[in-house]
Design a protein around this ligand. Structure first.
Ligand code: URA
Length: 451
């Protein structure tokens, strides 16, 4: 159920006589809140008319009792209209974005935005920073000297018009309710709720001015959702929310039981993306990037299937047009092209430490969450909001599940600026891997496509 902005505003005027305690009680006792009630709670909290402790109580009752489909749509809508909803009607053509639920080494945004823009589809992308063990597109882009992710909304529109793609961070005008609610969820143990995650993600994506959205819902040890069952539940919830707002949508459930590609860390991931765009790297990162860009091109109507969209993507890589588009985007957003043209010239981390395998065998599993945390420890992520990121820090993980490894083989490189950090990780690195003496099947990369 979707309400338009006029009805939503009239809710706000009619909701003044609502009783916050009664609404918390209703949700606590397993009842369903109406759209009007949810709008009241979100808008009052955003205006600071409801204190943190009452909104926390609502969050916990919603976390424990769940929110139904209508409540989830109402929450998404209330959060969406807490800020600006961008209109991109003045830009010709379809606008399609991708959202990933996050993981380790997931750099597909950097690869698919130029591919899809080179295919003639607009890609308005508002991305996030690293969160815990998982990296963030903004931090990766900002490792390119000069690259600006804080464009104004006017510059955002101008960049899409000019290049067909733009990658920026969330502005204060976009879904401000999500910013407030997310911080509160973070400190009240209410993050891992499918309705709350749905409303949080979709309120931001719907504000971008898109016609279509491809969702990459990760599953496995390096993902928010560890099991395929929960990842599918989240995918269906996100799809329902997108459909309620008449958006075209496709979800892919994809593997996050090992890093995507081989490079983890901000500049390292930009470098690997450049290699993919130059046609030098194949494997999982290439396969997933072209599947996702293929789905975006298909949603735009420029291909008759995901497969055809993926074929178009492959051609755009091999004829150099996707890489040229990447350079155009970087130049438009102020990035120094010297490092994109010659990434080998980028300063390396002060310390590069090789890690060798402690036993023979087929790589069977990776504790991918801890892999992400190791990269964070080395300087690629933040422990507190104030921490500064080291753009050169990270891990090159050279092996994949199913590979046969001999004791003494170099399996990883740790990149960092601190000897201390290397010391704390090198002795533990082999512990996050398990080996089997018998051959191990490689995990399926794309586990399911839900249209
Ligand atoms: N990403 C978001 O934007 N919100 C969530 O709640 C979880 C992941």
């Amino acid at each position: 159920m979707v309400l338009n902005k006029i009805i939503y505003n009239s809710f706000l005027t009619r909701s003044n006589n609502m009783n916050t305690v009664e609404l918390i009680r209703k949700k606590r006792d397993g009842g369903s809140l109406t759209s009007e009630e949810i709008n009241y709670l979100v808008s009052s909290y955003t205006k600071k008319e409801i204190p943190d402790y009452q909104f926390s109580a609502f969050l916990m009752s919603g976390f424990l009792n769940g929110l139904d489909k209508n409540e989830t749509s109402a929450l998404t809508e209330a959060m969406l209209y807490s800020g600006k909803v961008l209109k991109l009607d003045s830009i010709k053509g379809m606008k399609v974005d991708k959202h990933s639920t996050g993981g380790v080494g997931d750099k597909t945004s950097l690869i698919l935005a130029p591919i899809v823009a080179a295919a003639g589809v607009n890609v308005p992308m508002i991305s996030g920073r690293g969160l815990g063990h998982s990296g963030g597109t903004l931090d990766k882009l900002e490792s390119i000297p000069g690259f600006r992710t804080n464009l104004t909304l006017k510059e955002y529109k101008a960049a899409i018009k000019k290049c067909g793609a733009v990658l920026i961070g969330q502005t204060a005008e976009i879904a401000p309710a999500d910013k407030l609610i997310y911080s509160l969820r973070d400190v009240t143990a209410t993050v891992e709720s499918i309705p709350f995650i749905t409303a949080s993600i979709m309120s931001k994506k719907l504000a971008e001015g898109i016609d279509g959205l491809v969702l990459d819902v990760k599953t496995g040890s390096g993902a928010f959702m560890k099991t395929q069952k929960n990842s599918e539940k989240l995918a269906h919830s996100l799809i329902n929310a997108a459909k309620a707002f008449d958006k075209k949508v496709i979800a892919m459930i994809t593997d996050m039981n090992q890093p995507l590609g081989n490079y983890i860390g901000n500049w390292l991931e930009v470098y690997e993306s450049i290699k993919v765009l130059r046609g030098e790297v194949k494997g999982d990162i290439f396969d997933l990037s072209i599947a996702l860009s293929g789905a975006m091109i298909y949603l735009s109507g420029k291909a008759s299937s995901i497969k055809e969209g993926a074929e178009i993507s492959k051609v755009l890589i091999s004829n150099g047009k996707a890489f040229d588009k990447f350079m155009e985007i970087v130049a438009e957003q102020g990035g120094n092209l010297k490092f994109i043209k010659n990434p080998e010239k980028y300063p390396e981390a002060k310390i590069i430490e090789k890690i060798t395998a402690e036993k023979n065998g087929y790589l069977e599993s990776v504790d991918n969450y801890t892999m992400g945390m190791f990269a964070l420890e080395l300087g690629a992520g933040r422990k507190t909001k104030e921490d500064k990121i080291d753009p050169t820090a990270g891990i090159i993980f050279k092996i994949k599940i199913g590979d046969y490894i001999k004791k003494g083989d170099v399996i990883a490189e740790l990149h960092t600026s601190s000897k201390q950090k290397v010391k704390s990780i090198e002795g533990k690195f082999n512990n996050i891997l398990s080996f089997n003496s018998k051959p191990v099947k490689k995990p399926k990369l794309i586990k399911k496509i839900i249209e």
